[in-house]
Design a protein around this ligand. Structure first.
Ligand code: ADP
Ligand code: ASP
Ligand code: MG
Length: 408
């Protein structure tokens, strides 16, 4: 008998039939004698619908109130899922994030989980219930409802699996595993039977939304056995996230390609080339809780330089106003520009550690297509470039082919 956490994404709970289908799978696991905790997302499209609804009243919605609105999506599906289980004669009980007590910080719309009170869930499991928990939401120390950022139900699933010391966390979605890249962009993409935790972390952080990055971080920290599977097909083995590198196996140099359309680029032009400038630019950005991803600063000519960084598109205007209102005059910068027509493409693979020339190959392939590289960042197992948004799909396709990731 095992304790299994099953997380179902939006498309897997999109309508009553799919919810019934989910309930039948849970029933099969229950019949095998397992304890099952189900984590559900909102029905597909619902979170987007709620965001648009809020924006009709306030174009830049107050984050606390937005979280109150967004959390309702998952509240509907936990109730629906419990009803579907009851209809199959299974004892089921739903919990919102605050009822479980998934305690988070107070960073509304992108809160982090601090702790989970697993006592009630354990009791219910011991008493034969299937426990159904709302993904994507928690409660802060003052009782305010919070949400965990887009895709956050993955993190609820893995964090619960960690707190309950579950034997396995299964992420059920609309693809049957983790692919070499998004199969919707490259139909030749291949499903991976296994992927190392490090690679999955890099792919998720570079934009592969099949798993939210924080869910992968939790899996790594608590060594949660994590598997991505299709909710539409009961046969497949999905993709297992592994913690050991296979020494005996010939590692492919590149395991996957991730991309991200959600970032925007901000350039501060003509800043004095002297100590403290990076801090004066990025300090106020960090204070406003705006996450910065890539950063580049050119070497100065004639005593000035340009400073460029990327932020989430949603936060570009906020970052631009902070810089224009509080920083520009202070540091004597000539101009502050924003560009949200960019995209980032990253190639990822632990095999890069033992191979040289991967970056130059990537740059050559992009050059052959006439794609200009605007920014570059690298880690031991990743090379990421920022390009014009309109070349994104072309870039992913040609790189996928050139690095021989296509299905045979
Ligand atoms: P859910 O609603 O189940 O959480 P998501 O839409 O968040 O589903 O994530 C699944 C989607 O992630 C897939 O439909 C696919 O388009 C996309 N995706 C991006 N990169 C990958 C990848 N490397 N492997 C598989 N799916 C990917
Ligand atoms: N419903 C939330 C979203 O659409 C959380 C999730 O699906 O994981 O982002
Ligand atoms: Mg998701």
């Amino acid at each position: 008998m095992a304790l299994i956490v099953q997380k179902y994404g939006g498309t897997s709970v999109a309508n009553p039939d799919r919810i019934r289908n989910l309930a039948r799978r849970v029933a099969r696991y229950k019949a095998m004698g397992h304890k099952v905790v189900v984590v559900v997302s909102a029905m597909s499209g619902e979170t987007n619908r709620l965001i648009s609804l809020a924006k009709e009243i306030m174009p830049d919605p107050d984050p606390r109130e937005l979280d109150v609105i967004l959390s309702t999506g998952e509240q509907v599906t936990i109730g629906m899922t419990s009803l579907a289980l009851m209809e199959l004669g299974i004892k089921a009980k739903s919990y919102t994030g605050s009822q479980v007590k998934i305690l988070t910080d107070d960073a509304f719309t992108k809160a982090r989980i601090l702790s989970i009170d697993e006592g009630n869930i354990k009791n219910d499991l011991d008493n034969g219930y299937v426990v159904v928990v709302a993904g994507f939401q928690g409660v802060d120390g003052n009782g305010n409802i919070t949400t965990l950022g887009r895709g956050g139900s993955d993190t609820t699933g893995v964090a619960l699996a960690a707190a309950l010391k579950a034997d396995e966390c299964q992420i059920y979605t609309d693809v049957d595993g983790v692919y070499t890249t998004d199969p919707r962009v490259v139909p030749e993409a291949r499903r991976l039977d296994k992927i190392t935790f490090e690679e999955m972390l890099e792919l998720a952080s570079q934009g592969s939304k099949v798993l939210q990055i924080r869910s992968v971080e939790f899996a790594g920290k608590y060594k949660v056995k994590l598997r991505v599977l299709s909710s539409f097909d009961d046969e497949g083995e999905g993709t297992l996230i592994t913690f050991e590198e296979e020494k005996d196996m010939e590692q492919p140099v590149i395991s996957g390609i991730a991309f991200n359309r959600d970032e925007a680029k901000i350039t501060v032009l003509g800043v004095p080339d002297k100590p403290g400038i990076a801090y004066q630019i990025l300090g106020p950005i960090a204070e406003a809780n705006v996450d910065v991803d890539m950063i580049i600063q050119n070497t100065g000519a004639d005593g000035t330089t340009d400073f460029t960084f990327t932020v989430n598109k949603n936060e570009m205007n906020k970052a631009l106003s902070i810089l224009r209102d509080k920083v520009q005059a202070h540091i004597g910068a000539r101009e502050i520009k924003g560009d949200d027509k960019i995209a980032k493409v990253s190639i990822v693979g632990v095999g890069m550690r033992s191979h040289v020339g991967i970056a130059s190959k990537m740059f050559r392939i992009l050059a052959e297509e006439g794609i200009n590289i605007q920014m570059i960042s690298t880690s031991e197992i990743k090379i990421a470039v920022v390009i014009d948004e309109k070349y994104l799909e072309l870039a992913v396709r040609v790189l996928h082919k050139a690095f021989e990731l296509d299905a045979e």
